[in-house]
Ligand binder design. Structure first.
Ligand code: ADP
Length: 811
């Protein structure tokens, strides 16, 4: 309790003591405070009763209500009570003046009130101001000044009075009393009897305090800046609203933004998408209405709001219903329908796309799109169709980044927007017509779309947020499966639709196309009558196709004419006869059956497969005197040219059996021509046709006009299998051919040929060219051991020796 280090004058006195909470009174300091505790009130009363002197000592802990002697600091201040005022609430307000430091020596009483014996300490009058003291005093003054400036809590007068004090000890006390220090710190200074020490402590505290203030100031500034910014934004926004209002744009951006927020609230979407939309709307809000950036942001928001994220169609997979729909909407196609029903059955068992993607392959107009539509209807899912024909740019699938002007999502997400549910039936039309170039490979993007492992998070450059395509049922179509990029083809199960026979077309026309056209042209009742014969005439003479698209168009044309006649009042109903038909559609466009009408030399009916279906392909060969040139004309591809060479080599290998002069090929020019149409022809399947035509032309034996053939040929005359037998036989049947020579290797494909065709056409399987010649030529040159053939070839005299001259080479 005592401070031993200083010599304190022995003026021992006893005074009442007032414990102070959170407060310390320095000598020389005048202040007032309220007193309420009874012990303290009694101490005060006693002081006033005596000489108004009282000792003020601070509690170490301000929380203690009834302090004991131990709770007080050992050094306090002797003070004079200058005024006392009883307040209405029973407390007393006192005004005191600190006089001098007092060391508490002993407690005389503690119960009713504290009275203590103290040693008081007078500040020495004549202090020796050492350079150290002066230096510290200046520092304190400086720091105090800064403090006053920063804190702005002290008025300048007080400041001036304090710094003017000449006594360094009193000066230090005054500064300390004006600083917002903790009691502990103040006590430290009070206990420093030595002036130098006192100034030193004060300096320390001041510099700490100044640091805190500096920090406070910085924080304050930051907070203020922030406040200013929000205020400024608020102000500007209000101003913008006012301007919009002035310009008559009553709604302005605000109405737009409100509307978008409403839409957002009503829309179901995952949280991350919602966050994104919210952010974009907030961005939009800040963009002035007329700016281009606003349009970009607005478009993006619209897209995010329009795309289906969680909405799903309530899909059912009722097989019986599906079967009914498929049969109602499509004639024939039994195998295809069966396969589709199996597919639907699998869908019924799983929600997601199961198994490989279906690819409906075949020529145009055979019903690929309409089958896909029926699948959607059976599953009760919306149907969307996107054509991939001519897509070369990856961005068409995946979209353009939003930095491009007018950028948009790719076709996949455009389709999804149109579908407006996450589980539509999505038809990717003409997937074989996609091409790749320097702008990236659309096929690889399609791979991501179709791969169930990857399409859960399909990335579109425009949308940016991964989109889940895993609930979509993708169906693809192609004309030529072999043109589909291989990695894509691997994922597909191909269902072939090859084309229809005349009879099937007749059924389709009668049961499906005509009723639809009737409705479209408002021809109710029996306003139009058309017999099967006339329908067949349309099929045979106005269309030439594997599917029924052209047929549909021609029927539409007929219905249009009839509708016009009825509307003009010329007739109540029209019976379309052959004559009427020709007046409507003009003269026949195609001759039914391109089959030649009589047997000829050097003309053979071959069969070709094109993307339009099968076709009859006439091969003509003519021989003229010359020097052994082989001329090929008529849009032939490389493969077909090689076939021609091979056919010629075969014929040369049979020179002796055919009894041709050994050097015949050096004496004549051979011209092979494949007329008809502008379709480029390629493929090896015309090999035996060209060989037959060559033999016919060289031997001058006629070819049966009602026989058609297809098959690849080897140098030794073997006949190899070909593709597209079904389409080819349909074309041959359509052309009126009744015998078709096919490679033995294709017998297994006869299963696919419609029964009608099989019942009317004889298929003759062959494995060697000799068999073909025997069948196709009216008189087999190989069978003649030496007798004469039917006609003398006109070029026979070209050869120096007679054809039958019996040269040893021929025996
Ligand atoms: P694709 O997609 O194969 O080119 P579409 O599906 O567009 O052919 O078919 C063309 C028209 O022919 C459609 O009106 C379709 O309904 C009709 N059609 C095709 N095949 C059949 C069929 N087997 N039964 C009924 N209508 C058919």
């Amino acid at each position: 309790m005592a401070t031993e280090e200083h010599s304190v004058p022995e003026t021992k006195d006893v005074y009442p003591l007032l414990p102070l909470r959170g407060l310390l009174v320095f000598p020389g300091m005048v202040l007032h405070f309220d007193v309420g505790r009874p012990k303290s009130v009694r101490a005060l009363e006693q002081a006033v009763a005596n000489d108004h002197l009282i000792v003020l000592a601070s509690q170490e802990d301000g929380q203690v209500d009834d302090p004991s002697a131990d709770d007080l600091y050992g050094i306090g201040t002797l003070a004079r009570v200058k005024q006392m005022l009883k307040l209405p609430n029973g407390t007393i307000r006192v005004l005191v003046e600190g006089l001098k430091r007092a060391v508490l020596r002993a407690f005389v009483s503690e119960d009713d009130l504290f009275t203590v014996r103290v040693e008081t300490y007078d500040e020495p009058e004549d202090v020796v101001v050492t350079p150290a003291i002066e230096a510290m005093r200046r520092s304190v003054t400086q720091q105090f000044e800064q403090y006053v400036r920063l804190s702005r809590k002290l008025d300048l007068d007080t400041y001036a009075t304090v710094v003017d004090m000449s006594h360094p000890g009193q000066f230090a006390d005054a500064v300390a009393s004006h600083l917002p220090l903790k009691v502990r710190e103040k006590q430290d200074i009070l206990e420093a009897f030595d002036i130098e020490k006192r100034l030193e402590r004060l300096l320390q505290i001041l510099s700490d305090e100044r640091e805190v203030l500096e920090l406070e100031r910085k924080i304050h500034q930051r907070v203020r800046k922030q406040m200013e910014r929000t205020q400024k934004e608020y102000y500007l926004r209000e101003q913008m609203k006012a301007i919009q209002r002035e310009l008559g744009d009553k709604e302005g951006r605000q109405a737009e933004v409100d509307e978008l927020r409403e839409k957002l609230a009503a829309k179901r979407m995952p949280d991350d998408v919602r966050d994104r939309v919210e952010k974009e709307i907030a961005r939009l809000e800040r963009i002035p209405p007329a700016s281009a950036e606003g349009t970009v942001v607005r478009n993006y928001i619209d897209w995010l709001l329009a795309l289906p994220w969680l909405e799903a169609a309530k899909s059912t997979a009722d097989i019986a219903r599906a079967e009914r729909i498929l049969n109602e909407e499509h004639y024939g196609l039994d195998k295809v329908k069966e396969r589709i029903l199996e597919f639907i059955a699998v869908q019924a068992l799983t929600d997601k796309q199961a198994g490989p993607i279906i690819c409906l392959a075949g020529p145009p107009g055979v019903g690929k799109t309409s089958l896909a539509r029926s699948i959607a209807k059976s599953l009760k899912r919306p149907f969307v169709r996107v054509s991939l024909g001519g897509v070369r740019d990856e961005a068409e699938i995946r979209g353009h980044r939003r930095t491009y002007i007018g950028s948009m999502p790719g076709r996949i997400l455009q389709g999804m927007r149109q579908a407006s549910v996450v589980n539509p039936v999505f038809l990717l039309d003409e997937i074989d017509k996609m091409a790749s170039d320097f702008r990236g490979d659309p096929a690889s993007a399609m791979l991501e779309v179709l791969d169930p492992e990857q399409n859960r998070a399909f990335s579109d450059h425009y949308i940016e947020i991964p989109y889940d395509l895993s609930n979509v049922l993708f169906i693809t179509t192609a004309n030529n499966v072999y043109q589909i990029p291989a990695p894509l083809r691997d994922r597909m199960e191909v269902i072939q639709l090859s084309g229809y026979t005349e009879i099937e077309k007749l059924h389709i026309a009668r049961e499906h196309l005509l009723p639809k056209q009737r409705t479209a042209h408002a021809l109710k009742g029996d306003r139009i009558r058309i017999s099967d014969d006339v329908l067949l005439e349309v099929i045979r003479h106005y269309t030439r196709e594997a599917g029924v698209r052209q047929l549909d168009r021609q029927l539409a044309a007929v219905c249009r004419k009839v509708a016009r006649a009825v509307a003009a009042g010329d007739a109540k109903r029209v019976t379309v006869t052959s004559a009427v038909l020709q007046s409507y559609l003009g003269p026949h466009k195609y001759e039914f059956g391109e089959m030649e009408t009589e047997d000829q030399v050097g003309v053979v009916a071959g069969l070709a497969w094109t993307e339009m279906g099968g076709d009859l392909l006439l091969v003509e060969v003519s021989i003229v005197p010359g020097s052994g040139k082989l001329v090929l004309t008529g849009q032939l591809g490389d493969v077909m040219k090689e076939s021609a060479q091979t056919a010629l080599s075969y014929v040369r290998s049979r020179t002796r059996a055919l009894r041709l002069p050994p050097d015949f090929h050096e004496k004549v020019d051979i011209h092979i021509h494949v007329p008809e149409g502008a379709i480029p022809k390629d493929g090896p399947s015309a090999g035996i046709t060209m060989a037959t035509a060559l033999v016919s032309a060289l031997t001058h034996v006629r070819v049966r006009h009602d026989v058609a053939m297809t098959g690849e040929i080897t140098l030794r005359g073997r006949v190899l299998p070909i593709g597209g037998l079904k389409e080819k036989s349909l074309a041959a049947h359509r052309a009126g051919i009744r015998t078709i020579v096919i490679p033995k290797g294709n017998v297994k494909d006869l299963d696919e040929v419609p029964d009608l065709v099989k019942s009317e056409v004889e298929f003759v399987p062959v494995s060697h060219m000799d068999e073909v010649l025997r069948l196709a030529l009216v008189d087999n040159p190989l069978d003649h051991a030496g007798g004469s053939l039917a006609d003398e070839p006109w070029w026979a005299d070209v050869w120096s020796d007679s054809r039958f001259g019996g040269g040893e080479a021929h025996q």
